[in-house]
Design a protein around this ligand. Structure first.
Ligand code: PEP
Length: 254
C-alpha cells in the first residue's frame, strides 16, 4: 500500500433516522476513537448530517454526504450544494456513486461538475466509478472506467489530488453479495492509477484508491492487501458496528 494512508468509508445509503445515526456513530467513536493509522469516514443521509457532525466533533472520524449538487444556490428544488455541506460540518462528499448514475441519471459530466464544485467549496471528494456486469462481460471494463476517470481528470488539477480519492466499485458487486476477487479489483486499480499517473505524474500515482462492492470482514483484508487498493467504500456492512470496526481494523498497515 506504499505510503498512502488507508481510508475506509461507510456509505449508509437511505438508512437511519437522526437518533439511530447518532447512536451508530457514538458506538463507532467508542470503538474506533483511537485509530490513527486509518482514515475513517461515514456518510449518513442529509437529515442526519448536522447531528452526526456534532457527535463526531474533534474525533478521528470524518463525515461525508452521499451526493451534492454543482450549483451553490438557485432554483434547483431538492438539491443540496457543496457549500451547504460545509456549513453542515461535512469533511467530504461522494460523487458518482453507481446508484446515482443508474437511478438518478448522473452523467460523467454531472459527476465531474459535482467533484469540481465540492473541491471549490473546500470539501474532500470521493469519486466513484465502475463498470456494469454487461460491460465487464463484453470486455469493456477498462473502456468504461477509463471514460469515467477521463471525465473526472478533465476538471481536476494536480494540486487537487491530495483531497481526492477514487473508489472503484464494479456495479455488479454493489449490494449483491458478489465481490470482485482481489486480483480482479487490483487489475482495475492499477489501470486507474496508471491513468492518473500519465496525466498528473507523481500526484496522480500517489492518489488513494478504494475498492467498493460487498466488502465485509471476511474479504476486507485480502482486498486491501493488494498493492493498489488503499481502502474500502463499504455499503451494507457499514451499518453494523462490529462489521465496520472489523473492516477498519483489517485496513491497518502492517
Ligand atoms: C456502496 O454502497 O458503495 C457499496 C459498496 O455497497 P455494498 O458494500 O453494500 O456492496
Amino acid at each position: 500500500m506504499a505510503n498512502r494512508i488507508p481510508i475506509v468509508v461507510g456509505n449508509w445509503k437511505l438508512h437511519k433516522t437522526i437518533s439511530e445515526s447518532s447512536e451508530l456513530v457514538t458506538e463507532l467513536k467508542n470503538q474506533l476513537g483511537t485509530v490513527r493509522d486509518v482514515q475513517i469516514g461515514v456518510c449518513p443521509v442529509f437529515t442526519s448530517l448536522a447531528a452526526v457532525t456534532k457527535r463526531l466533533e474533534d474525533s478521528n472520524i470524518m463525515v461525508g454526504a452521499q451526493n451534492s449538487f454543482y450549483e451553490n444556490s438557485g432554483a434547483w428544488t431538492g438539491e443540496v450544494s457543496a457549500e451547504m455541506l460545509v456549513d453542515a460540518g461535512c469533511d467530504f462528499v461522494l460523487v458518482g456513486h453507481s446508484e446515482r448514475r443508474a437511478k438518478f441519471g448522473d452523467t460523467d459530466a454531472d459527476v465531474s461538475r459535482k467533484a469540481r464544485a465540492a473541491l471549490d467549496a473546500g470539501l474532500r471528494v470521493i469519486i466513484c466509478c465502475g463498470e456494469s456486469e454487461s460491460e465487464r462481460d463484453a470486455g469493456k471494463t477498462n473502456e468504461r472506467v477509463g471514460q469515467q476517470i477521463s471525465a473526472a481528470m478533465d476538471v481536476l488539477k494536480a494540486d487537487d489530488l491530495e483531497k481526492v480519492v477514487v473508489a472503484y466499485e464494479p456495479v455488479w458487486a454493489i449490494g449483491t453479495g458478489r465481490t470482485a476477487t482481489p486480483a480482479q479489483a487490483q487489475e482495475v486499480h492499477a489501470f486507474i492509477r496508471g491513468l492518473l499517473g500519465d496525466r498528473f505524474g507523481a500526484a496522480g500515482t500517489g492518489i488513494r484508491l478504494q475498492y467498493g462492492g460487498s466488502v465485509k470482514p471476511a474479504n476486507a483484508q485480502a482486498l486491501m492487501s493488494e498493492p493498489d487498493i488503499d481502502g474500502a467504500l463499504v455499503g451494507g456492512a457499514s451499518l453494523k458496528v462490529a462489521d465496520f470496526v472489523a473492516i477498519v481494523k483489517a485496513a491497518r498497515p502492517g
